[in-house]
Each structure stands twice: as C-alpha cells, then as structure tokens.
Write a protein that binds this ligand. Structure first.
Ligand code: OAD
Length: 247
C-alpha cells in the first residue's frame, strides 16, 4: 500500500499525536460495530431501548443481560493489528494521546498506555443509584445484582445516551486535541457528540487531520488525508512507512 509522503513526513516530524478511535478499530477482532445495517449492535434494537438510563429503569434485566453478552463476547476476542500498531505509534511519538469511544478495553489489552475512555468500560460495574464503582457483589440470582452498600441495582460503568461523560474526561480529550499537530480519526462514524467535535477542534488549531475508514463519514470532507480501508491493514502499513524507530 502506498501512503502519501506528506503524511508520513508529518507523522515523522510530529511532536504530539492524538488518535480518536471508534467501533471500527475493533471490527477486525470480531466485535460488531454499532451502525452496520445488517450485523451492527443496534441492528435489532433501537439504542434508546438498551443504552439509556430510561431503558434501564424500564427494563434493567434486559439491559444488564445485553451488556453481559457483550462483556462475554469481548472477553473471547483478541486485540488486532490495528490496536497493536497504535501501541507502536505511542512508543515513537513524544506526546501521544489515544481517545477511544470504545468500551471494550482492547487498546489497553494490546498495551496502549495513555488511553482516555470517553464512554467508560464494559468490564467495570457501578451502582445505578450512587454511581460508585463496585468490584464485588453477592450473586443471589437476581438480575441485575444489588449494590452491597446501598441495595441499589448494579449497572455497567459505561456512558449511555442522555448521560454526561465522566467528569474531566472530555476536558482532557479536548486539551490534547487542541494542542496536537496530527490527529487521526480511526473507525468511527463521527456521528456521536461530543467525540465527533474533537477532530474539528484539532483542525481549527492547525493540526493535520487524517481519517482511516473503509467508508466516508461526515468528517471526510474536512480531512487532509483520507485512507480508505480497514484499520488493521492501514495502520501497520503506516508504521512500516515511518521506518525504523530512532534511539
Ligand atoms: P459506529 O458503528 O457508528 O461506526 C463504526 C465505523 O467504523 C464506521 O464508520 C465504519 O465504516 C468503520 N469501520 C468498520 N470496519 C472498519 C475497519 N476494519 N477499520 C476501520 N474502520 C472501520 O461506531 P462508533 O463511531 O464507535 O456510544 O460509534 C460511536 C458511539 O456511538 C459509540 O461509542 C456508542 C455508539 O452508540 C455509546 O454507546 C454512548
């Protein structure tokens, strides 16, 4: 695969890189994306029936079980070449921030260190009433289980629609985006705000904007470089094009 020389040079000279990932980076690990019409996670359900506080109040069992299914799916898959290439990129760039909308923890399992999880993490659990993290609870057969402290229902520690992002998390992502010189948007449909605004913030501050995705998105018209294809192919090619790591 031939990559634009200007992009390779921009990355080689970059002091600060921000990467925003979405479900597409985990697709090659076997985790379905959200919006694929046939196989996407929302294909059979409306997001508001599964991923809102209202849905949980209405039918906590269904929502808990849906996340339990995803947790088990994610536990069975492995990070792919795209996740691994980002670990390598982190080693090579002086300042590197990985912002992910994914809740699957695959970046960390691959070895990425500086990861901002905008939408939480599927493997963590918290109390629906108090919001506090909960590691252990008694399995009584009740679904969802109860918080050992207050007796409230337990829920996954992810961000649902109509919920705020965890305090401080978006601010960190925004600060990194505004100060980077290269911003890569990878495997995201760039539809869900506020994440979708980050590449445009970076662009306004003069960053080189790159999109890696087999399809066009609302961001495509704004990017300097559009690399069309799967992240698991394009990212390793990009790392090879950077040449051997110095030092
Ligand atoms: P989407 O399912 O909306 O988009 C996935 C994107 O990945 C699409 O643009 C695909 O074209 C692209 N894609 C598919 N396979 C790919 C591959 N192998 N390599 C690169 N790109 C690929 O997922 P997100 O953009 O992550 O929020 O969705 C954003 C948020 O909306 C999610 O975090 C979730 C969802 O509703 C919440 O749950 C709050």
């Amino acid at each position: 695969m031939t990559l634009p020389n200007e992009l390779v040079r921009a990355l080689q000279q970059s002091r600060s890189v921000v990467v925003l990932t979405g479900a597409g980076i985990s697709a090659e690990s076997g985790v379905p994306t959200f919006r694929d019409a046939q196989t996407g996670l929302w294909a059979q359900f409306k997001p508001e029936d599964l991923a809102t506080p209202e849905a949980f109040r209405r039918n906590p069992k269904v929502v808990w079980e849906w996340y339990a299914w995803r947790r088990q799916l994610v536990a069975q898959v492995e990070p792919n070449a795209g996740h691994r290439a980002l670990v390598e990129l982190e080693r090579r760039v002086p300042q590197f921030t990985l912002i992910t909308q994914n809740v699957d923890g695959l970046h960390q399992r691959a070895g990425s260190r500086s990861v901002i999880e905008l939408h939480g993490n599927l493997t963590r659990t918290k109390c629906f009433e108090e919001g506090a993290a909960v590691d252990h609870w008694e399995e009584t057969g009740e679904v969802p289980p109860r918080c050992p402290r207050c007796g409230g229902r337990l829920r996954p520690d992810v961000v649902w629609f109509n919920e705020m992002l965890p305090p401080g998390v978006f601010e960190c992502a925004l600060a990194a985006s505004r100060s980077c010189d290269v911003f890569l948007s990878i495997g995201t449909s760039a539809l869900v705000h506020p994440a979708a605004s980050l590449p445009l913030d970076a662009l306004k501050r003069g960053a080189t904007l790159v999109e890696i995705n087999p399809d066009d998105t609302p961001l495509t018209a704004h990017v300097h470089f559009r690399l069309r294809g799967p992240a698991g192919v394009i990212l390793p090619a990009l790392l090879r094009a950077l040449g051997p790591a110095s030092g």
